[in-house]
Design a protein around this ligand. Sequence first.
Ligand SMILES: Cc1cc2nc3c(=O)[nH]c(=O)nc-3n(C[C@H](O)[C@H](O)[C@H](O)COP(=O)(O)OP(=O)(O)OC[C@H]3O[C@@H](n4cnc5c(N)ncnc54)[C@H](O)[C@@H]3O)c2cc1C
Ligand code: FES
Length: 507
Amino acid sequence: MADDQKTPSGPDLTQGVTSGDFKNDMLLGHVGDQDVLLVKSGTDIFAIDAYCSHYHGPLADGLVVGASVCCPWHHACFDLRTGEATRAPALSPLAVWKVEQEGGRIVVRAKKDQPPAKRAPADAPRRMVIVGGGAAGFAAAEMLRREGFGGEITMLSSDDAPPVDRPNLSKDYLAGNAPEDWVPLRPASYYPDLAINLQLKANVASIDARASHVALADGKTLPYDRLLLATGAEPVKLPISGASQPHVHTLRSFADSRAIIANAENARRAIVIGASFIGLEVAASLRARDIEVHVVAPEQRPMERILGPDMGDFVRALHEEHGVIFHLGDTVASIDGKRATLKSGGTLEADLVVVGVGVRPRLALAEQAGLKIDRGVIVNAQLETSVPGIYAAGDIARWPDPHSSEAIRVEHWVVAERQGQTAARNMMGLHEPFYAVPFFWSQHYDVPINYVGHAEKWDEIAIDGDVKGRDCVLRYKSGGRVLAVASIYRDVDSLKAELAMERSEKV
Ligand SMILES: Cc1cc2nc3c(=O)[nH]c(=O)nc-3n(C[C@H](O)[C@H](O)[C@H](O)COP(=O)(O)OP(=O)(O)OC[C@H]3O[C@@H](n4cnc5c(N)ncnc54)[C@H](O)[C@@H]3O)c2cc1C
Ligand code: FES
């Protein structure tokens, strides 16, 4: 396997290729031991590192959009001229290479120089405070520095760990397939190196919007010129007896994931309460650790409310194939030591219980500050709240979605990062609307489910392909209009759907 990975792909680009060697405007080759992707865009030919800087997705299987290439796995995009990661979830740039034409051959030998550093607007405010060290907060801080912002950035996080790759906490890391050092979004040295004043275990207790300062729980105050609220969400706790025992867990933070792993090391049997995305990802990860897993959930089909009946049946069957035992149409009434009593009257013994029954946005600070709230913090198209100078992004933000023409709030990693980035630019005074179509992915064993758009209800699901065969696109429609698209192993269709929705074209 290691040897395979070292074998460079395709033709040696230093020897040159011809235009006729391209397939779908792309050609994967190598320069030395480095895989490089050649991309035709109109009359231009670009060369870029061949793998995504997020999780190493193969860009050759992605989509070329103008002078960008987008990753098939989780829809990051890269500028083909500069290599910049223009759309999250990738945050790091890729190298771009010089393309030369020699006697009808296209030749690549050397990387281009890095593009010149960007410069923030001269009149950008000086003191940026970010409350939250998660997806949106981190992406905002990173974008401020990427855009050349030279003023103060303070990131206040109640977590005890620097920002982490939260989606990994229920997937590879929990399954034991990802080492500890994959989890932090950046090494600890990143923050001092970029002069980002990251304060951990810093719980912001209140905001004085008139005086433009935040107060920490320890009484310290901190002034700001622009403030970003990115406080995320917290798991709903079950109001049942026994829910606070040490072997009963919820999962949001790195510490939560570590605590489940520590418990899993000696566990034979687990109960997952709730057939949510996180609940079922946990179930899959615990099965990878050879633990017997029982999922107890009130619905008749997992995920039917979000993905519809066919996907719901597929997801259930997939987990059953891997040995998960479902107790649907039921709930856990109480947990007494290792014994859980179900509402239906039965009992289950388990050494480990994980509760995945949804999350609640953390709105307390925004409420206290007097911001307009309606099932989330209301923001305008530029992600500014009802108080000028205070922005909100991520799981707490309800924004005017131009695609559905509704004010929506979602709990998706990529949306939180993209909103953090847009908010950061707007905090510098760039006046940029947030226009991205929501995107999320979920991973169950070797099956990824991608979803673009937003459909709370629909009157038709048009299925293209074969759901059971793991090769499908489902279009959720209302009045004939496509609101959302879910897919399995149809990555280019998913990317095209996102693009079409953003351009208001037929999907
Ligand atoms: C286990 C797990 C797996 C997931 N997998 C996926 C997935 O596969 N795909 C997907 O699209 N989404 C996934 N999600 C959802 C995704 O992680 C969230 O939508 C995203 O993290 C939201 O980002 P955020 O910045 O709004 O909040 P968060 O990332 O939760 O960050 C909030 C931050 O605010 C801090 N904070 C809160 N209150 C205060 C305060 N008063 N003072 C200081 N700091 C405060 C918190 O400590 C935290 O650092 C997953 C979530 C979890 C928990
Ligand atoms: S691997 Fe490319 S976006 Fe995730």
